[in-house]
Design a protein around this ligand. Structure first.
Ligand code: ADP
Ligand code: MG
Length: 596
């Protein structure tokens, strides 16, 4: 216990003594490092964890700074604003409110953009807000605002950089802790799942648009607080530190420090700020002329880092200090199904005349199939027959062109993957979709997203311990159930591919599904593992779960399934008991007479 915190305690102790022993210059440098670390923490959350690249964070710093600068210095304010003016603390609240509203609007406009358009969008509003700050007369134009009052905390006036130092670093440490808490929660796993693309997360019942918005607004809040602190530290602001170039620097810091780790923000901010300062001091004397040469050197450095050490500095440092990560606590509990166990044969899935076109290509044509509770149905057919497409249409990944899909009596075609998942249909993917760096347990727990209620605030404050323990215990139980118990805390990416597929089954089971869709679950498994998988599927069938599976290995299918549906060129060419289908001439022809 103590050992685990040793590195952290040493770090805090060191931070505490710094202003007592260091000259003013270094205290100032550390203040700026702290302020940058706060913004970079948001970038880590947004870009490193959530996979959303933003160049525009400096603009949110500006919102925080300008809110307080304006409200604490302006005279002759309109009557309705006047009561809120003067106090930096009320200005902080106002700034956060403004930032929240702006972030929601910008997030709504830009987060839906995909690929390169999102970073371009952030550049666009990064530039716009900068010029807005510069062009509004009441914000002092490009000359800025001066005379921002001294901040006082519990009666202590933070007049000097030394006094301000403690406030900045306390805020940084609290922010790091809060973000760590968030990432180790249900909401945090949903956010981390964004990196694997939205497809998997939505199929696990995660509202990915909401998860993106959460990180976007949180990152904006962190930037806003940094701006507020900056304004009261400098007591003078102009638009320069809130422009696009500084926005890019924050991204630099995250990359240098390690964009995937909260401490990477602090390390990156420190490394970047110190290096930049050093280069600014030395390059002109080295080159004999002045100019912004440091920008070129930093640019080259970034390119080298992206080539050589994409993970950033933190993973390297982390190896030197004892493990700071909270060990995950869980116990394997009894499995208690939430969905009522359905009577055998109750109709679960009913597809009628499903047609799916991709442009001119008809991937599914007039496909009908039924799956009941306690039944295993195999969807077989040669490569490209349209089996995976059928899965994606049924589970709501793609809208169908025509036809109907009913799940437990309800029309679900037209619903999104998330809505269908929440109704008790859960799936695995032909090409595994998991987060390789996350533990097996955490990966599986993503499937249990729908079991929790606690929101972002509870997660940040870590007051949802009980619910969290329940979710992890439930996930652990599913892992035991599929036989991966010994790999519980191993990174998912370290498992062989076959086992990763089994992990996906455990993840799907976490949703307490009444219907499982498994796309080639036995691919890559060895003989004994296949037998174990068969056993598992039989047990699930006995519990009343319906299973629809795509499989190539005929021996595996024949001994296991109740019915087969055979597809070729998007159409159903045969259906029946495994033995019947096997003897069907059309099926034999489809498999070129040999494979079956
Ligand atoms: P199976 O899983 O039976 O091997 P698929 O369902 O993956 O077959 O593919 C069926 C057909 O649909 C193939 O011809 C494939 O090229 C096409 N297809 C699958 N997904 C897409 C897509 N997203 N866009 C266009 N064509 C696709
Ligand atoms: Mg397929």
């Amino acid at each position: 216990m103590m050992r685990r915190h040793l590195g952290f305690i040493a770090f805090v102790g060191l931070l505490g003594v710094c202003p007592l022993v260091l000259p003013e210059f270094y205290v100032t440098l550390l203040n700026y490092i702290g302020l940058s670390a706060l913004v970079t923490l948001g970038v880590v959350l947004l870009t490193g964890v959530g996979g959303l690249t933003s160049f525009g964070q400096a603009a949110f710093v500006g919102l925080g700074a300008y809110s307080t600068a304006f409200l604490t210095t302006a005279t002759d304010l309109p009557l309705w604003v006047a009561p809120f003016a003067g106090s930096p603390w009320i200005a902080l609240l106002a700034g956060l409110l403004l930032t929240g509203v702006v972030a929601l609007v910008l997030g709504f406009l830009t987060l839906r953009l995909s690929g390169h358009y999102l970073p371009l969008g952030t550049i666009a509003w990064g530039i716009s807000l900068y010029f807005l700050f510069g062009n509004l007369d009441f914000l002092g134009g490009f000359t800025g605002i001066s005379g921002i009052p001294v901040l006082s905390v519990v009666g202590i006036e933070l007049r000097s950089g030394r006094a301000f130092y403690y406030l900045i670093w306390i805020v940084v440490l609290v922010a790091v802790r809060v973000i760590q808490n968030l990432l180790d929660s249900r909401e945090g796993r949903a956010i981390r799942a964004l990196q694997g693309g939205t497809l998997m997360a939505e199929a696990m019942g995660v509202d990915t648009a909401r998860a993106k918005m959460i990180v976007f607004v949180l990152a904006a809040f962190l930037a806003c607080v940094s701006g507020w602190l900056y304004a009261h530290l400098q007591r003078f602001i102009n638009p320069t530190p809130f422009g696009l170039q500084v926005g890019i620097e924050y991204l630099f810091m995250a990359v240098i420090g390690g964009a995937a780790h909260v401490w990477g923000a602090v390390v990156g901010a420190a490394a970047f700020t110190i290096l930049k300062q050093w280069l600014q001091d030395w390059l002109p004397s080295l080159l004999g002329s002045s100019g912004s040469y440091e920008v070129i050197v930093l640019g080259v450095l970034l390119v080298v880092m992206l080539q050589r050490a994409r993970e950033g500095l933190w993973p390297v440092l982390a190896r030197l200090v004892p493990d700071t990560k909270q060990p995950i606590t869980f116990e394997v509990t009894e499995v208690s199904p939430r969905n009522p166990i359905l009577a055998l044969g109750t109709e679960l899935l009913d597809c009628r005349n499903v047609r799916k076109e991709f442009g001119g290509l008809v991937a599914n044509d007039d496909m009908s199939l039924l799956v009941g509770a306690g039944e295993i149905v195999a969807l077989i057919g040669p490569n490209g027959a349209g089996k995976s497409t059928m899965f994606n249409v049924v589970s709501g990944v793609w809208p169908l062109t025509s036809g109907e899909v009913r799940f437990r009596g309800e029309r679900v075609d037209g619903m999104g993957a998330r809505q269908i998942a929440r109704r008790g249909m859960s799936r695995s993917f032909q090409h595994v979709r998991l987060l390789p760096c996350m533990s097996v347990l955490e990966n599986v727990a993503i499937g249990a997203h729908g079991r929790g209620r606690a929101g972002v605030l509870a997660a940040c404050l870590h007051t949802e311990r009980r619910e969290e323990r329940e979710i992890l215990s439930f996930a652990a139980a599913q892992i035991e159930r599929v036989g991966l118990g010994e790999f519980m805390v191993a990174p998912a990416g370290s498992l062989p591919l076959g086992q990763q597929r089994i992990l996906e089954i455990a993840r799907a089971l976490c949703a307490n599904p009444s219907l499982l869709l498994l796309d080639e679950p036995a691919a890559g498994l060895r003989y004994l593992e296949k037998q174990a998988l068969g056993e598992l599927l039989r047990r699930l069938r006995e519990e009343g779960i319906g299973i629809l599976l795509v499989e190539h290995d005929m021996d595996f299918v024949m001994g296991l399934v109740d019915r087969c549906v055979v597809m070729e060129f998007g159409q159903k060419i045969a259906e029946g008991l495994p033995a019947e289908v096997q003897a069907n001439p059309a099926v034999l022809a489809a498999y070129l007479g040999g494979a079956l």
